[in-house]
Ligand binder design. Structure first.
Ligand code: PEP
Ligand code: MG
Length: 324
């Protein structure tokens, strides 16, 4: 089985009818000089920036952040690296920045914290923009966007950071900026959001938690958490349609993208790329290479008609076993 996966190394992530679905890497949560999977991936689809903030006893400064972002951009250049701005709060608390709330997942997290503390956000964005000088393979991703106002405010600050650096004499380019779709409100406004950004990236971990009202880390309700639930799949089709209306690309960077069953459906839904942990890359590639786009579309349509996540799982498991 491992030998079968090994044989996929270096082969393109392409369907049987020649459609290419690039596979990117999720990284950042462990510190590595060269992340595992860096040869196999088309680039980094999600670089989570929380680690240097979590392991220190205070906010890292612009210089420390710069070195970190520069390293990951250099390892992958010329391939693109999508770096997400700080997503603290919720399940990612900082010891030196206590947030006391009874509902952390519905509280102060992600972009909300950043917009309330412009200096934290500006420092981070300045470090990212400077790190991409001469490489120009950076994409910037904003977590937990719920309203158009939040997006516009963040974009305004990014433009200001860019101007500041130019005024200081640095030759920084303005990178493509994308919004994460991980809140139900953003699903229903995907089209409005897509009109204002360069790309969308769906975070199915949070999206599933918020659609099904199931805390993603609470073992008591873990049985109710299911990212193959038809409600999640319908949300995905809405996001893809919204992005398509503006000719924008959609990536998926939640765990669903690294699940071979999920990847088959995402191919069918017409997403443009998938991003996953290194351990999933080859398995997902195997599934993509075993399907035609038309077959993946059929699987998605059949799944959308299912009543439950269990029914979707059963349908897909059967279909993919038939393929081999
Ligand atoms: C997600 O919510 O799906 C996601 C990719 O972000 P994180 O898991 O870091 O919240
Ligand atoms: Mg998330």
């Amino acid at each position: 089985f491992t030998a079968e996966l090994d044989a996929l190394r270096g082969l393109p992530s392409e369907t049987t009818d020649g459609y290419s679905l690039p596979l990117y890497l999720n990284t950042g949560l462990v510190s590595e000089q060269r992340p595992a999977g860096s040869d196999e991936a088309a680039g980094v689809g999600l670089y989570r920036t929380e680690l240097p903030f979590l392991v220190r006893d205070r906010f890292p400064g612009e210089g420390a952040q710069y070195s970190n972002y520069r390293r990951i951009l250099e390892v992958f250049a010329p391939r693109t690296v999508t770096i997400r701005t700080l997503d603290i709060g919720g399940d990612k608390p900082l010891s030196y920045f206590p947030i006391e709330e009874s509902n952390p997942f519905l509280g102060w997290r992600g972009i909300r914290v950043a917009l309330d503390h412009p200096q934290i956000f500006m420092t981070q964005v300045r470090a990212m923009l400077s790190a991409s000088v001469g490489l120009d393979n950076l994409q910037l991703l904003l977590p937990m966007i719920t309203t158009i106002d939040e997006l516009e405010e963040a974009q305004h600050m990014i433009a200001r950071a860019h101007e500041e650096l130019i005024d200081e004499g640095h030759e920084v380019c303005m990178p493509p900026v994308g919004a994460m779709i991980e809140v139900p409100a953003a699903v229903y406004q995907a089209e409005n959001l897509a009109g204002r950004v360069d790309f969308l990236s769906v975070g199915t971990n949070d999206l599933t938690q918020y659609l099904l009202a199931v805390d993603r880390n609470n073992p008591r309700v873990a049985g109710l958490y299911d990212d193959l639930h038809p409600a999640v799949l319908w949300a995905l089709t809405t996001v893809v349609a919204g992005a398509r209306a503006h000719g924008k690309e959609v990536s998926v960077c939640g765990e669903l993208a690294g699940d071979p069953l999920g990847a088959a459906l995402l191919l069918g839904a017409g997403v443009h790329s998938l991003s996953m942990s290194a351990a999933s890359l080859l398995r997902v590639k195997g599934v993509i290479r075993s399907l035609s786009r038309g077959r993946a579309r059929e699987l998605l349509n059949d799944s959308l008609r299912c009543d439950t996540g269990a029914a979707v799982r059963k349908l897909l498991t059967g279909a993919l076993e038939d393929i081999g």
